[in-house]
Design a protein around this ligand. Sequence first.
Ligand SMILES: [Zn+2]
Ligand SMILES: [Zn+2]
Length: 101
Amino acid sequence: MRRWEECSRCGKTGRVLFTPGVCSECLGVDVGGTCTRCGLEDRLHSGGRCERCVLTEHIGKVFNDCGDAGRAVAQRLAASPSPNPRSSLNWLEQSPTAAGR
Ligand SMILES: [Zn+2]
Ligand SMILES: [Zn+2]
């Protein structure tokens, strides 16, 4: 999800969005932050935590009620670095088992 590249506008190397990369400074938005859970500097999802931490927490909530099989899935998901935490989050949030729905 995170890409560190040279900004196509100002030439500074940093966290960029889109292709070709444009840094958040040039976009005029602040997409960064420091996760209160893992301390990683990243785009924060909610509650001051990065997508990965929110995802990990979600996974725990969703699957801990599912018995041993669910916990095994949760551990697998939490352990493997997702290439796209955001899409996993969307999937979990839309999942009927999520959030006790
Ligand atoms: Zn820039
Ligand atoms: Zn984090």
